[in-house]
Design a protein around this ligand. Sequence first.
Ligand code: GRG
Length: 295
Amino acid sequence: MSNPIRTAGRLFEAKEVIEEALLASVRTLSGPAHLKEAMSYSLLAGGKRLRPLLMLAAADLHGMVWERVLPFAVSLEMIHTYSLIHDDLPAMDNDDLRRGKPTNHVVFGEAMAILAGDALLTEAFVSLGASLQKEPQGAKALAYLGKAAGTSGMIGGQVMDLSATSRKISLEELKILHARKTGALIQAAVLLPAILHDAPAEEIAFLEAFSSDLGLLFQIQDDCLDETSDEITLGKTCGKDARDKKSTFVSLLGLSEALAYRATLSERLCGSLSSFGEEAALLREVTEAIIGRTH
Ligand code: GRG
């Protein structure tokens, strides 16, 4: 699980390390079996693991061994999964398909889905305890993660999203909404290793700009796929944004301009990565996977 950089197979190796760590995280949970079952159902449902992959890739940039960031990678995926469970609830997006399977509340009922989401969020922070003690910058990293998930990050973005339903918003407002709702966790994935490594301010600023572009590109791609893909490929309901009259990059810009914007961001991201050497091999692979993703 350590670091001499090898490009071939490194993405595969990183995915395996993440899946094993996620499995281990649910095995060590205590508490009611039914709650563990509901949490595991969504956490182990086979998402793309983009956020933990980004975190391992960002660790490579600083020559950090993956073991050091893995607890944060697991926590981030737990937080992301809780947000998907809650987002799918009837009170929010009301969806019945996620990661190619019936959503958590469809299988376990609404009350248990709310609690499984709550428990994933809580355990995300509990599971960091031991590793935080060993990390001199642990408190700073913990605060960054909490902020990304909280009122000025993902939850704040979700609230903006709810209040933007059935109302056309400006492109600037849409960018802020998504920088919070989707971008904040992506940014945390890229920045947490740098924070733990106590990287210099200019490196942090560079990575913040890079991950902000990456989060934006991820969302534009999501909006384009919602318009152009199908449920089998996506593993979730599609065409929903248009039906719900949501402001998206596609509805505001049109599909071809949204795709052109995506291309501009892709070029900028690839340009940024070209200033790195071999240590960015995995980050290049994951970025390319995000640029070219089909689900
Ligand atoms: C309910 C507090 C709360 C927040 C919800 C992120 C979010 C906030 C809701 C998700 C809604 C959504 C589908 C947004 C589009 C972008 C997105 C986060 C897609 C899902 O992420 P992927 O594609 O999913 O990385 P997998 O399943 O691969 O992990």
